[in-house]
Design a binder for this molecule. Structure first.
Ligand code: AMP
Ligand code: MG
Length: 599
Protein backbone atom coordinates (compact mmCIF):
# COMPACT_ATOMS: atom_id res chain seq x y z
CA UNK A 1 0.00 0.00 0.00
CA UNK A 2 2.71 2.45 1.02
CA UNK A 3 4.66 1.91 -2.17
CA UNK A 4 1.54 2.56 -4.25
CA UNK A 5 1.11 5.82 -2.38
CA UNK A 6 4.76 6.76 -2.87
CA UNK A 7 4.50 6.17 -6.61
CA UNK A 8 1.29 8.11 -6.77
CA UNK A 9 2.83 10.97 -4.83
CA UNK A 10 5.87 11.14 -7.06
CA UNK A 11 3.67 11.10 -10.18
CA UNK A 12 1.55 13.83 -8.71
CA UNK A 13 4.48 15.95 -7.75
CA UNK A 14 5.94 15.57 -11.21
CA UNK A 15 2.70 16.66 -12.76
CA UNK A 16 2.34 19.37 -10.19
CA UNK A 17 5.31 21.17 -11.65
CA UNK A 18 4.07 20.94 -15.22
CA UNK A 19 3.99 24.53 -16.19
CA UNK A 20 1.88 24.66 -19.26
CA UNK A 21 -1.71 25.04 -20.01
CA UNK A 22 -2.24 21.33 -20.09
CA UNK A 23 -2.04 21.48 -16.39
CA UNK A 24 -5.84 21.62 -16.29
CA UNK A 25 -5.57 18.23 -17.75
CA UNK A 26 -2.62 17.50 -15.56
CA UNK A 27 -4.78 18.00 -12.55
CA UNK A 28 -7.48 15.87 -14.06
CA UNK A 29 -5.39 13.58 -16.11
CA UNK A 30 -2.75 13.57 -13.51
CA UNK A 31 -5.08 12.14 -12.45
CA UNK A 32 -4.72 9.19 -14.36
CA UNK A 33 -3.00 10.99 -13.12
CA UNK A 34 -34.04 35.23 -3.13
CA UNK A 35 -35.36 36.26 -4.95
CA UNK A 36 -36.03 35.44 -8.42
CA UNK A 37 -39.29 33.94 -9.43
CA UNK A 38 -40.84 32.18 -12.30
CA UNK A 39 -44.31 32.76 -13.48
CA UNK A 40 -46.68 30.62 -15.43
CA UNK A 41 -49.40 32.28 -17.41
CA UNK A 42 -51.47 34.13 -14.86
CA UNK A 43 -50.88 31.65 -12.10
CA UNK A 44 -48.75 32.80 -9.24
CA UNK A 45 -46.49 29.91 -8.41
CA UNK A 46 -44.99 31.26 -5.26
CA UNK A 47 -47.18 33.08 -2.81
CA UNK A 48 -44.27 35.35 -1.96
CA UNK A 49 -43.54 36.15 -5.58
CA UNK A 50 -44.44 39.75 -5.12
CA UNK A 51 -43.01 40.17 -1.65
CA UNK A 52 -41.65 43.70 -1.53
CA UNK A 53 -37.94 44.17 -1.20
CA UNK A 54 -37.69 46.50 1.77
CA UNK A 55 -34.24 47.67 0.78
CA UNK A 56 -35.65 49.69 -2.04
CA UNK A 57 -38.05 52.53 -2.14
CA UNK A 58 -40.85 51.00 -4.18
CA UNK A 59 -41.81 54.32 -5.75
CA UNK A 60 -38.49 54.29 -7.64
CA UNK A 61 -39.59 51.31 -9.64
CA UNK A 62 -41.33 51.70 -12.97
CA UNK A 63 -44.93 50.48 -12.72
CA UNK A 64 -46.02 51.17 -16.28
CA UNK A 65 -44.17 49.19 -18.94
CA UNK A 66 -44.81 51.98 -21.47
CA UNK A 67 -42.63 54.23 -19.32
CA UNK A 68 -39.67 51.88 -19.62
CA UNK A 69 -37.24 53.61 -21.99
CA UNK A 70 -34.16 52.28 -23.69
CA UNK A 71 -31.35 54.10 -25.41
CA UNK A 72 -29.35 53.13 -28.45
CA UNK A 73 -27.53 56.43 -28.75
CA UNK A 74 -24.18 55.41 -27.32
CA UNK A 75 -23.56 52.67 -29.87
CA UNK A 76 -25.14 54.41 -32.83
CA UNK A 77 -23.23 57.63 -32.26
CA UNK A 78 -19.88 55.92 -31.96
CA UNK A 79 -20.09 53.31 -34.70
CA UNK A 80 -21.01 53.58 -38.36
CA UNK A 81 -24.05 51.47 -39.25
CA UNK A 82 -24.35 49.08 -42.16
CA UNK A 83 -25.11 51.20 -45.21
CA UNK A 84 -27.20 48.50 -46.84
CA UNK A 85 -30.85 48.41 -45.85
CA UNK A 86 -33.02 45.35 -45.33
CA UNK A 87 -33.07 42.13 -43.39
CA UNK A 88 -31.73 39.92 -46.19
CA UNK A 89 -28.70 37.71 -45.63
CA UNK A 90 -25.46 39.21 -46.96
CA UNK A 91 -21.79 39.77 -46.34
CA UNK A 92 -21.58 42.97 -44.34
CA UNK A 93 -18.63 45.38 -44.44
CA UNK A 94 -17.38 48.52 -42.69
CA UNK A 95 -19.66 48.52 -39.68
CA UNK A 96 -20.22 46.95 -36.28
CA UNK A 97 -24.02 46.81 -36.43
CA UNK A 98 -26.81 46.49 -38.97
CA UNK A 99 -30.27 47.87 -38.30
CA UNK A 100 -32.64 44.93 -38.17
CA UNK A 101 -36.21 44.72 -36.95
CA UNK A 102 -37.29 41.68 -34.94
CA UNK A 103 -39.93 39.48 -36.53
CA UNK A 104 -42.89 39.11 -34.16
CA UNK A 105 -43.55 35.58 -32.97
CA UNK A 106 -46.87 34.03 -33.94
CA UNK A 107 -49.21 34.11 -30.96
CA UNK A 108 -50.76 33.50 -28.64
CA UNK A 109 -47.74 34.41 -26.58
CA UNK A 110 -47.16 33.31 -23.04
CA UNK A 111 -44.79 34.58 -20.39
CA UNK A 112 -43.39 31.25 -19.29
CA UNK A 113 -40.81 32.42 -16.76
CA UNK A 114 -39.17 35.57 -15.53
CA UNK A 115 -36.44 36.57 -13.13
CA UNK A 116 -37.78 38.82 -10.41
CA UNK A 117 -34.22 39.68 -9.47
CA UNK A 118 -33.40 40.98 -12.95
CA UNK A 119 -36.76 42.73 -13.40
CA UNK A 120 -36.52 44.56 -10.10
CA UNK A 121 -32.84 44.98 -9.38
CA UNK A 122 -31.43 45.50 -12.86
CA UNK A 123 -34.35 46.88 -14.88
CA UNK A 124 -35.91 48.91 -12.02
CA UNK A 125 -39.31 47.57 -13.03
CA UNK A 126 -42.04 46.77 -10.59
CA UNK A 127 -42.75 43.10 -10.94
CA UNK A 128 -46.42 43.88 -11.61
CA UNK A 129 -45.43 44.98 -15.16
CA UNK A 130 -45.22 41.29 -16.01
CA UNK A 131 -49.04 41.35 -15.95
CA UNK A 132 -49.22 44.09 -18.56
CA UNK A 133 -50.57 42.88 -21.89
CA UNK A 134 -47.73 44.52 -23.78
CA UNK A 135 -44.98 42.93 -21.67
CA UNK A 136 -44.92 39.82 -23.85
CA UNK A 137 -44.85 41.93 -27.02
CA UNK A 138 -42.06 44.24 -25.89
CA UNK A 139 -39.89 41.39 -24.70
CA UNK A 140 -40.40 39.04 -27.62
CA UNK A 141 -39.91 41.50 -30.48
CA UNK A 142 -43.59 42.14 -31.25
CA UNK A 143 -43.44 45.80 -30.26
CA UNK A 144 -40.57 48.27 -29.85
CA UNK A 145 -39.98 49.96 -26.50
CA UNK A 146 -39.55 53.74 -26.51
CA UNK A 147 -35.98 54.60 -27.56
CA UNK A 148 -35.30 51.20 -29.10
CA UNK A 149 -33.50 50.99 -32.44
CA UNK A 150 -32.92 47.26 -32.88
CA UNK A 151 -29.52 46.24 -34.14
CA UNK A 152 -27.79 43.02 -35.15
CA UNK A 153 -24.08 42.79 -34.41
CA UNK A 154 -21.52 41.80 -37.05
CA UNK A 155 -18.90 39.39 -35.76
CA UNK A 156 -16.87 36.44 -36.96
CA UNK A 157 -15.17 33.61 -35.19
CA UNK A 158 -13.03 30.50 -35.05
CA UNK A 159 -15.39 27.57 -34.72
CA UNK A 160 -13.96 24.19 -33.72
CA UNK A 161 -10.48 25.44 -34.51
CA UNK A 162 -11.15 26.96 -37.93
CA UNK A 163 -11.90 30.48 -39.11
CA UNK A 164 -15.57 30.60 -40.10
CA UNK A 165 -15.70 34.15 -41.47
CA UNK A 166 -18.78 36.22 -40.84
CA UNK A 167 -21.19 34.84 -38.25
CA UNK A 168 -22.94 37.66 -36.42
CA UNK A 169 -26.23 37.94 -34.56
CA UNK A 170 -28.17 35.56 -36.74
CA UNK A 171 -31.04 35.34 -34.32
CA UNK A 172 -30.41 37.97 -31.68
CA UNK A 173 -31.37 41.62 -31.65
CA UNK A 174 -29.85 44.25 -29.43
CA UNK A 175 -32.87 46.36 -28.49
CA UNK A 176 -31.18 49.03 -26.39
CA UNK A 177 -29.31 49.92 -23.24
CA UNK A 178 -30.76 50.64 -19.86
CA UNK A 179 -28.94 52.60 -17.15
CA UNK A 180 -30.52 51.75 -13.83
CA UNK A 181 -30.87 53.66 -10.57
CA UNK A 182 -27.56 52.20 -9.38
CA UNK A 183 -25.82 53.75 -12.40
CA UNK A 184 -25.14 50.42 -14.08
CA UNK A 185 -25.67 50.20 -17.83
CA UNK A 186 -26.93 46.94 -19.30
CA UNK A 187 -27.32 45.94 -22.94
CA UNK A 188 -30.60 44.15 -23.66
CA UNK A 189 -30.88 41.48 -26.33
CA UNK A 190 -33.69 39.34 -27.61
CA UNK A 191 -32.61 35.84 -28.60
CA UNK A 192 -34.77 34.02 -31.14
CA UNK A 193 -36.35 37.19 -32.49
CA UNK A 194 -36.08 36.44 -36.19
CA UNK A 195 -33.79 36.73 -39.16
CA UNK A 196 -31.10 39.35 -39.55
CA UNK A 197 -28.45 39.97 -42.22
CA UNK A 198 -26.34 37.42 -40.31
CA UNK A 199 -28.80 34.51 -40.33
CA UNK A 200 -26.99 32.65 -43.12
CA UNK A 201 -29.22 29.64 -43.80
CA UNK A 202 -30.90 29.77 -40.39
CA UNK A 203 -34.44 30.76 -39.51
CA UNK A 204 -33.53 33.27 -36.82
CA UNK A 205 -35.53 31.40 -34.21
CA UNK A 206 -34.81 29.65 -30.93
CA UNK A 207 -36.98 26.79 -29.68
CA UNK A 208 -38.50 26.24 -26.25
CA UNK A 209 -35.94 23.66 -25.12
CA UNK A 210 -32.84 25.75 -25.85
CA UNK A 211 -34.50 28.89 -24.48
CA UNK A 212 -35.42 27.16 -21.21
CA UNK A 213 -31.80 26.02 -20.93
CA UNK A 214 -30.37 29.51 -21.51
CA UNK A 215 -32.87 31.12 -19.16
CA UNK A 216 -32.24 28.66 -16.33
CA UNK A 217 -28.51 28.28 -16.70
CA UNK A 218 -27.55 31.92 -17.02
CA UNK A 219 -29.53 32.72 -13.88
CA UNK A 220 -28.11 29.67 -12.09
CA UNK A 221 -24.57 30.71 -12.97
CA UNK A 222 -25.17 34.17 -11.53
CA UNK A 223 -26.21 32.66 -8.22
CA UNK A 224 -23.15 30.39 -8.36
CA UNK A 225 -21.14 33.63 -8.44
CA UNK A 226 -19.79 33.05 -11.94
CA UNK A 227 -19.58 36.10 -14.26
CA UNK A 228 -22.40 35.64 -16.77
CA UNK A 229 -25.03 37.24 -18.92
CA UNK A 230 -28.43 37.34 -17.20
CA UNK A 231 -31.91 36.38 -18.36
CA UNK A 232 -34.97 38.42 -17.64
CA UNK A 233 -37.86 36.63 -19.31
CA UNK A 234 -38.81 33.63 -21.37
CA UNK A 235 -41.71 34.08 -23.75
CA UNK A 236 -43.06 31.15 -25.73
CA UNK A 237 -45.26 31.17 -28.81
CA UNK A 238 -47.20 28.86 -31.05
CA UNK A 239 -44.91 29.57 -33.99
CA UNK A 240 -43.77 26.31 -35.54
CA UNK A 241 -39.99 25.94 -35.89
CA UNK A 242 -38.46 22.90 -37.55
CA UNK A 243 -35.48 21.23 -35.92
CA UNK A 244 -33.56 17.99 -36.35
CA UNK A 245 -32.53 17.58 -32.73
CA UNK A 246 -30.18 14.62 -33.12
CA UNK A 247 -29.09 15.12 -36.74
CA UNK A 248 -30.90 11.88 -37.48
CA UNK A 249 -32.92 13.17 -40.39
CA UNK A 250 -35.90 13.25 -38.04
CA UNK A 251 -37.16 16.82 -38.40
CA UNK A 252 -39.68 17.75 -35.74
CA UNK A 253 -41.86 20.80 -35.27
CA UNK A 254 -41.05 22.69 -32.11
CA UNK A 255 -42.24 26.07 -30.86
CA UNK A 256 -40.42 29.38 -31.14
CA UNK A 257 -39.44 31.22 -27.96
CA UNK A 258 -37.59 34.40 -27.09
CA UNK A 259 -35.34 35.06 -24.10
CA UNK A 260 -34.65 38.63 -23.05
CA UNK A 261 -31.00 38.49 -22.00
CA UNK A 262 -28.70 41.12 -20.58
CA UNK A 263 -24.98 41.76 -20.35
CA UNK A 264 -22.80 44.76 -19.62
CA UNK A 265 -21.47 44.14 -23.14
CA UNK A 266 -22.12 41.52 -25.78
CA UNK A 267 -18.82 42.11 -27.64
CA UNK A 268 -16.86 38.93 -28.24
CA UNK A 269 -13.38 37.94 -29.39
CA UNK A 270 -15.02 37.49 -32.81
CA UNK A 271 -16.18 41.13 -32.80
CA UNK A 272 -12.53 42.15 -33.19
CA UNK A 273 -11.49 39.20 -35.33
CA UNK A 274 -13.83 40.06 -38.17
CA UNK A 275 -12.50 43.62 -38.39
CA UNK A 276 -8.87 42.47 -38.47
CA UNK A 277 -9.71 39.82 -41.04
CA UNK A 278 -11.42 42.39 -43.27
CA UNK A 279 -8.53 44.85 -42.82
CA UNK A 280 -10.92 47.44 -41.33
CA UNK A 281 -8.28 48.76 -38.97
CA UNK A 282 -9.84 52.14 -38.18
CA UNK A 283 -12.96 50.37 -37.06
CA UNK A 284 -10.87 47.85 -35.12
CA UNK A 285 -9.25 50.73 -33.21
CA UNK A 286 -12.62 52.38 -32.70
CA UNK A 287 -14.18 49.25 -31.21
CA UNK A 288 -11.14 48.65 -29.00
CA UNK A 289 -11.17 52.26 -27.79
CA UNK A 290 -14.88 52.01 -27.03
CA UNK A 291 -14.56 48.75 -25.09
CA UNK A 292 -11.58 50.10 -23.13
CA UNK A 293 -13.29 53.40 -22.31
CA UNK A 294 -16.58 51.85 -21.26
CA UNK A 295 -15.47 48.65 -19.61
CA UNK A 296 -11.82 48.96 -18.58
CA UNK A 297 -11.80 52.34 -16.81
CA UNK A 298 -8.43 51.71 -15.17
CA UNK A 299 -6.74 51.75 -18.58
CA UNK A 300 -5.77 55.28 -19.62
CA UNK A 301 -7.13 55.98 -23.11
CA UNK A 302 -4.03 58.11 -23.84
CA UNK A 303 -1.62 55.38 -22.89
CA UNK A 304 0.30 54.20 -25.98
CA UNK A 305 0.26 50.71 -24.42
CA UNK A 306 -3.50 50.67 -23.88
CA UNK A 307 -4.16 47.74 -26.25
CA UNK A 308 -1.49 45.75 -24.51
CA UNK A 309 -3.05 46.61 -21.15
CA UNK A 310 -6.41 45.49 -22.50
CA UNK A 311 -5.00 42.21 -23.76
CA UNK A 312 -3.33 41.57 -20.44
CA UNK A 313 -6.65 42.01 -18.64
CA UNK A 314 -8.50 39.70 -21.02
CA UNK A 315 -5.80 37.04 -20.57
CA UNK A 316 -6.14 37.22 -16.78
CA UNK A 317 -9.93 37.37 -16.67
CA UNK A 318 -10.37 34.57 -19.21
CA UNK A 319 -8.09 32.35 -17.12
CA UNK A 320 -10.08 33.25 -14.00
CA UNK A 321 -13.42 32.57 -15.68
CA UNK A 322 -12.40 29.13 -16.90
CA UNK A 323 -11.00 28.26 -13.46
CA UNK A 324 -14.41 29.19 -12.04
CA UNK A 325 -16.17 26.98 -14.58
CA UNK A 326 -13.91 24.11 -13.51
CA UNK A 327 -14.63 24.74 -9.84
CA UNK A 328 -18.33 24.02 -10.39
CA UNK A 329 -17.86 21.30 -13.02
CA UNK A 330 -19.30 23.45 -15.81
CA UNK A 331 -18.53 22.67 -19.44
CA UNK A 332 -19.60 25.42 -21.83
CA UNK A 333 -19.79 23.04 -24.76
CA UNK A 334 -19.03 25.46 -27.63
CA UNK A 335 -15.90 27.44 -26.74
CA UNK A 336 -15.60 29.05 -30.17
CA UNK A 337 -14.06 32.52 -30.27
CA UNK A 338 -17.45 34.00 -31.15
CA UNK A 339 -18.76 32.68 -27.82
CA UNK A 340 -15.91 34.16 -25.73
CA UNK A 341 -16.74 37.52 -24.23
CA UNK A 342 -14.27 40.43 -24.21
CA UNK A 343 -15.49 41.07 -20.67
CA UNK A 344 -14.84 37.44 -19.70
CA UNK A 345 -18.40 36.63 -18.76
CA UNK A 346 -20.11 33.37 -19.69
CA UNK A 347 -22.25 33.95 -22.79
CA UNK A 348 -24.21 32.04 -25.41
CA UNK A 349 -25.52 29.11 -23.46
CA UNK A 350 -26.10 26.21 -25.81
CA UNK A 351 -25.06 22.61 -25.27
CA UNK A 352 -23.45 23.24 -21.87
CA UNK A 353 -23.43 20.64 -19.14
CA UNK A 354 -22.58 20.18 -15.49
CA UNK A 355 -20.31 17.20 -14.95
CA UNK A 356 -21.85 14.59 -12.68
CA UNK A 357 -19.58 11.56 -12.28
CA UNK A 358 -16.11 13.04 -12.26
CA UNK A 359 -14.61 12.63 -15.73
CA UNK A 360 -12.14 15.03 -17.33
CA UNK A 361 -13.31 13.75 -20.74
CA UNK A 362 -16.88 14.88 -20.13
CA UNK A 363 -18.31 16.32 -23.40
CA UNK A 364 -21.70 17.96 -23.00
CA UNK A 365 -22.25 18.74 -26.67
CA UNK A 366 -23.77 15.86 -28.65
CA UNK A 367 -22.38 17.28 -31.90
CA UNK A 368 -18.79 17.66 -30.64
CA UNK A 369 -17.68 14.35 -32.08
CA UNK A 370 -13.99 14.80 -31.34
CA UNK A 371 -14.55 16.10 -27.84
CA UNK A 372 -12.69 19.29 -28.65
CA UNK A 373 -14.58 21.11 -25.92
CA UNK A 374 -14.49 18.40 -23.25
CA UNK A 375 -14.33 19.78 -19.76
CA UNK A 376 -10.67 18.96 -19.18
CA UNK A 377 -9.48 20.96 -22.19
CA UNK A 378 -11.35 24.18 -21.54
CA UNK A 379 -8.26 25.96 -20.24
CA UNK A 380 -6.28 24.92 -23.32
CA UNK A 381 -9.05 26.15 -25.55
CA UNK A 382 -8.96 29.43 -23.64
CA UNK A 383 -5.30 29.71 -24.64
CA UNK A 384 -6.12 28.95 -28.28
CA UNK A 385 -8.83 31.62 -28.26
CA UNK A 386 -6.51 34.19 -26.68
CA UNK A 387 -3.97 33.46 -29.40
CA UNK A 388 -6.67 34.20 -31.98
CA UNK A 389 -7.52 37.41 -30.11
CA UNK A 390 -3.87 38.41 -30.23
CA UNK A 391 -3.84 37.70 -33.99
CA UNK A 392 -6.72 40.17 -34.28
CA UNK A 393 -4.85 42.80 -32.23
CA UNK A 394 -1.59 42.36 -34.11
CA UNK A 395 -2.27 45.07 -36.73
CA UNK A 396 -2.70 47.71 -34.01
CA UNK A 397 0.36 46.67 -31.97
CA UNK A 398 3.98 47.61 -32.60
CA UNK A 399 6.46 44.80 -33.02
CA UNK A 400 7.67 45.33 -29.47
CA UNK A 401 4.16 45.38 -28.05
CA UNK A 402 3.35 42.19 -29.89
CA UNK A 403 6.42 40.50 -28.38
CA UNK A 404 5.31 41.68 -24.96
CA UNK A 405 1.79 40.35 -25.59
CA UNK A 406 3.26 36.96 -26.49
CA UNK A 407 5.07 37.00 -23.16
CA UNK A 408 1.82 37.86 -21.36
CA UNK A 409 0.23 34.87 -22.97
CA UNK A 410 2.97 32.67 -21.56
CA UNK A 411 1.73 33.66 -18.08
CA UNK A 412 -1.76 32.37 -18.81
CA UNK A 413 -1.17 28.81 -17.52
CA UNK A 414 0.18 30.13 -14.23
CA UNK A 415 -2.66 32.61 -13.82
CA UNK A 416 -5.15 29.83 -14.49
CA UNK A 417 -3.44 27.47 -12.09
CA UNK A 418 -3.20 29.94 -9.28
CA UNK A 419 -6.95 30.65 -9.48
CA UNK A 420 -7.81 26.97 -9.88
CA UNK A 421 -5.72 26.17 -6.81
CA UNK A 422 -7.33 28.97 -4.74
CA UNK A 423 -10.83 27.90 -5.70
CA UNK A 424 -10.27 24.23 -4.92
CA UNK A 425 -8.52 25.08 -1.67
CA UNK A 426 -11.64 27.00 -0.68
CA UNK A 427 -13.80 24.07 -1.75
CA UNK A 428 -11.88 21.94 0.73
CA UNK A 429 -12.12 24.57 3.46
CA UNK A 430 -8.35 25.03 3.56
CA UNK A 431 -6.97 28.21 5.10
CA UNK A 432 -3.51 29.63 4.45
CA UNK A 433 -1.22 27.63 2.26
CA UNK A 434 0.64 24.39 2.75
CA UNK A 435 3.04 22.97 0.22
CA UNK A 436 1.05 19.78 -0.03
CA UNK A 437 -2.27 21.48 -0.88
CA UNK A 438 -1.89 20.92 -4.63
CA UNK A 439 -1.25 17.27 -3.93
CA UNK A 440 -4.27 17.01 -1.63
CA UNK A 441 -6.54 18.48 -4.32
CA UNK A 442 -5.05 16.36 -7.09
CA UNK A 443 -5.26 13.19 -4.98
CA UNK A 444 -8.97 13.81 -4.33
CA UNK A 445 -9.71 14.40 -8.01
CA UNK A 446 -7.86 11.20 -8.82
CA UNK A 447 -10.03 9.25 -6.39
CA UNK A 448 -13.14 10.88 -7.83
CA UNK A 449 -12.12 9.99 -11.36
CA UNK A 450 -11.41 6.37 -10.44
CA UNK A 451 -14.63 5.91 -8.49
CA UNK A 452 -16.83 8.07 -10.74
CA UNK A 453 -17.96 9.96 -7.65
CA UNK A 454 -20.30 12.86 -8.29
CA UNK A 455 -18.37 16.13 -8.58
CA UNK A 456 -20.90 18.50 -7.01
CA UNK A 457 -22.05 16.26 -4.18
CA UNK A 458 -18.60 14.98 -3.21
CA UNK A 459 -17.57 18.51 -2.31
CA UNK A 460 -20.95 19.33 -0.81
CA UNK A 461 -21.03 16.24 1.37
CA UNK A 462 -17.48 16.92 2.55
CA UNK A 463 -18.84 20.32 3.59
CA UNK A 464 -21.75 18.78 5.44
CA UNK A 465 -19.86 15.96 7.16
CA UNK A 466 -18.67 16.75 10.65
CA UNK A 467 -15.13 16.31 11.79
CA UNK A 468 -16.25 13.44 14.01
CA UNK A 469 -18.03 11.70 11.15
CA UNK A 470 -14.97 12.01 8.95
CA UNK A 471 -12.61 10.80 11.66
CA UNK A 472 -14.73 7.75 12.36
CA UNK A 473 -15.11 7.07 8.59
CA UNK A 474 -18.85 6.75 9.26
CA UNK A 475 -20.15 7.71 5.85
CA UNK A 476 -23.87 7.01 5.71
CA UNK A 477 -25.56 5.92 2.50
CA UNK A 478 -27.36 9.26 2.47
CA UNK A 479 -23.94 10.73 1.73
CA UNK A 480 -24.08 8.87 -1.56
CA UNK A 481 -21.25 10.66 -3.35
CA UNK A 482 -18.85 10.29 -0.43
CA UNK A 483 -19.98 6.70 -0.10
CA UNK A 484 -18.92 6.12 -3.72
CA UNK A 485 -15.62 7.85 -3.08
CA UNK A 486 -15.04 5.76 0.05
CA UNK A 487 -15.07 2.62 -2.08
CA UNK A 488 -11.56 3.55 -3.26
CA UNK A 489 -8.82 1.72 -1.41
CA UNK A 490 -6.88 4.96 -0.98
CA UNK A 491 -9.82 6.97 0.34
CA UNK A 492 -8.79 6.48 3.93
CA UNK A 493 -5.25 7.66 3.15
CA UNK A 494 -6.55 10.77 1.47
CA UNK A 495 -8.92 11.44 4.36
CA UNK A 496 -6.11 11.11 6.89
CA UNK A 497 -4.03 13.66 4.99
CA UNK A 498 -7.03 15.97 4.72
CA UNK A 499 -7.91 15.75 8.41
CA UNK A 500 -4.29 16.29 9.36
CA UNK A 501 -4.19 19.40 7.20
CA UNK A 502 -7.45 20.69 8.75
CA UNK A 503 -6.17 20.03 12.27
CA UNK A 504 -3.29 22.43 11.65
CA UNK A 505 -5.60 25.38 10.93
CA UNK A 506 -5.12 27.48 14.03
CA UNK A 507 -8.26 29.18 15.34
CA UNK A 508 -10.51 27.31 12.93
CA UNK A 509 -13.47 25.32 14.21
CA UNK A 510 -15.36 22.51 12.54
CA UNK A 511 -18.49 24.66 12.45
CA UNK A 512 -16.60 27.44 10.69
CA UNK A 513 -15.06 25.02 8.21
CA UNK A 514 -18.46 23.59 7.32
CA UNK A 515 -20.02 27.03 7.05
CA UNK A 516 -17.22 28.26 4.77
CA UNK A 517 -17.36 25.20 2.57
CA UNK A 518 -21.13 25.40 2.21
CA UNK A 519 -20.81 28.88 0.72
CA UNK A 520 -18.64 27.64 -2.14
CA UNK A 521 -19.90 24.09 -2.71
CA UNK A 522 -23.43 24.19 -4.14
CA UNK A 523 -25.98 21.56 -3.25
CA UNK A 524 -27.87 22.16 -6.51
CA UNK A 525 -26.63 22.65 -10.06
CA UNK A 526 -28.57 22.39 -13.32
CA UNK A 527 -27.98 18.73 -14.07
CA UNK A 528 -28.90 17.62 -17.56
CA UNK A 529 -31.66 15.32 -16.31
CA UNK A 530 -33.20 18.15 -14.30
CA UNK A 531 -33.24 20.46 -17.32
CA UNK A 532 -34.58 17.64 -19.49
CA UNK A 533 -37.40 16.82 -17.11
CA UNK A 534 -38.45 20.49 -16.93
CA UNK A 535 -38.20 20.84 -20.72
CA UNK A 536 -40.40 17.79 -21.37
CA UNK A 537 -43.16 19.43 -19.34
CA UNK A 538 -42.48 22.87 -20.80
CA UNK A 539 -42.90 21.49 -24.29
CA UNK A 540 -46.39 20.39 -23.23
CA UNK A 541 -47.10 23.90 -21.93
CA UNK A 542 -46.42 23.20 -18.25
CA UNK A 543 -43.71 25.49 -16.90
CA UNK A 544 -44.09 24.55 -13.24
CA UNK A 545 -40.85 22.58 -13.19
CA UNK A 546 -38.98 25.43 -14.88
CA UNK A 547 -40.28 27.62 -12.06
CA UNK A 548 -39.27 25.11 -9.40
CA UNK A 549 -35.78 24.78 -10.84
CA UNK A 550 -35.41 28.51 -11.18
CA UNK A 551 -36.38 28.91 -7.55
CA UNK A 552 -33.98 26.21 -6.37
CA UNK A 553 -31.04 27.37 -8.46
CA UNK A 554 -31.32 30.91 -7.19
CA UNK A 555 -30.28 29.57 -3.76
CA UNK A 556 -27.86 26.83 -4.75
CA UNK A 557 -26.01 26.78 -1.43
CA UNK A 558 -29.11 26.50 0.73
CA UNK A 559 -30.82 23.19 1.47
CA UNK A 560 -34.45 23.55 0.37
CA UNK A 561 -37.30 21.17 1.18
CA UNK A 562 -38.99 21.38 -2.23
CA UNK A 563 -35.68 20.73 -3.98
CA UNK A 564 -34.98 17.77 -1.72
CA UNK A 565 -38.47 16.36 -2.43
CA UNK A 566 -37.76 16.74 -6.15
CA UNK A 567 -34.55 14.74 -5.75
CA UNK A 568 -32.30 17.60 -6.92
CA UNK A 569 -29.50 16.62 -4.54
CA UNK A 570 -30.10 12.87 -4.74
CA UNK A 571 -28.30 10.31 -6.83
CA UNK A 572 -29.44 11.00 -10.42
CA UNK A 573 -32.34 8.74 -11.50
CA UNK A 574 -31.58 5.71 -13.63
CA UNK A 575 -33.25 7.17 -16.70
CA UNK A 576 -30.73 10.05 -16.55
CA UNK A 577 -27.92 7.65 -17.43
CA UNK A 578 -29.61 6.91 -20.75
CA UNK A 579 -29.92 10.56 -21.71
CA UNK A 580 -27.72 11.61 -24.61
CA UNK A 581 -25.29 14.40 -23.83
CA UNK A 582 -27.12 17.67 -23.60
CA UNK A 583 -28.72 19.37 -26.48
CA UNK A 584 -26.38 20.18 -29.27
CA UNK A 585 -26.23 23.77 -30.50
CA UNK A 586 -29.60 25.02 -31.50
CA UNK A 587 -30.07 22.84 -34.54
CA UNK A 588 -30.93 25.17 -37.31
CA UNK A 589 -29.72 24.37 -40.77
CA UNK A 590 -26.83 26.73 -39.93
CA UNK A 591 -25.29 24.39 -37.40
CA UNK A 592 -26.00 21.34 -39.50
CA UNK A 593 -24.02 22.93 -42.32
CA UNK A 594 -21.12 23.72 -40.02
CA UNK A 595 -21.07 20.19 -38.72
CA UNK A 596 -20.52 18.87 -42.20
CA UNK A 597 -17.75 21.35 -42.86
CA UNK A 598 -15.97 20.23 -39.70
CA UNK A 599 -15.92 16.61 -40.70
P1 AMP B 1 -24.01 29.63 -32.16
O1 AMP B 1 -23.33 28.35 -32.50
O2 AMP B 1 -25.39 29.49 -31.59
O3 AMP B 1 -23.15 30.55 -31.38
O4 AMP B 1 -24.27 30.34 -33.55
C1 AMP B 1 -23.26 30.55 -34.47
C2 AMP B 1 -23.75 31.37 -35.59
O5 AMP B 1 -24.88 30.75 -36.25
C3 AMP B 1 -24.25 32.72 -35.21
O6 AMP B 1 -23.98 33.57 -36.27
C4 AMP B 1 -25.71 32.53 -35.06
O7 AMP B 1 -26.41 33.70 -35.13
C5 AMP B 1 -26.00 31.63 -36.21
N1 AMP B 1 -27.21 30.85 -36.00
C6 AMP B 1 -27.33 29.75 -35.23
N2 AMP B 1 -28.59 29.29 -35.26
C7 AMP B 1 -29.29 30.16 -36.05
C8 AMP B 1 -30.64 30.26 -36.44
N3 AMP B 1 -31.56 29.39 -36.03
N4 AMP B 1 -30.98 31.27 -37.26
C9 AMP B 1 -30.08 32.15 -37.68
N5 AMP B 1 -28.80 32.11 -37.34
C10 AMP B 1 -28.40 31.14 -36.53
MG1 MG C 1 -22.85 31.98 -30.23
Amino acid sequence: MMSYICILISVLLDLGVVNNVLATESLHNFCESDDCQSYVSDVEIYPYAFKPNFNMNLTERIHDIDHFKLSCKRLIEVFPLDQVDGNFVRTVKNCIFSESTPTPLKGPLKLAAFSKDVIENILDLDVSVTHAKDFVYYFSGGKLLPGSIPLAHRYGGHQFGYWSGQLGDGRAHFIGEFTNSKGATWELQLKGSGKTPYSRSGDGRAVVRSSVREFLCSEAMHFLKVPTSRASSLIVSQEPVWRDQFYSGNVKTERGAVVLRLAKSWFRFGSLEILADAGELDLLRKLLDFVIKEHFPTIDSNDPNKYLGFFSRVVTETAHLIAQWMSIGFAHGVCNTDNFSLLSITIDYGPFGFMESYNSNFVPNASDDEGRYRIGTQADVGMFNLERLLDALRPVLTHKQHQRAMDLLKDYPDIYHRRFHELFKAKLGLLGGAESDGYLIAFLLKLMEETGADFTMTFRQLSEASDTQLHSRLISQAMWALDDLASHKLFSDWLSLYLLRLSKQKGDTDVDRQRRMKTVNPRYVLRNWMAESAIRKAEMGDFSEVAALHQTLSRPYLKQDTAEDAGYSARPPLWAQKLPSSDSCEHSSVTVTLRHVRR
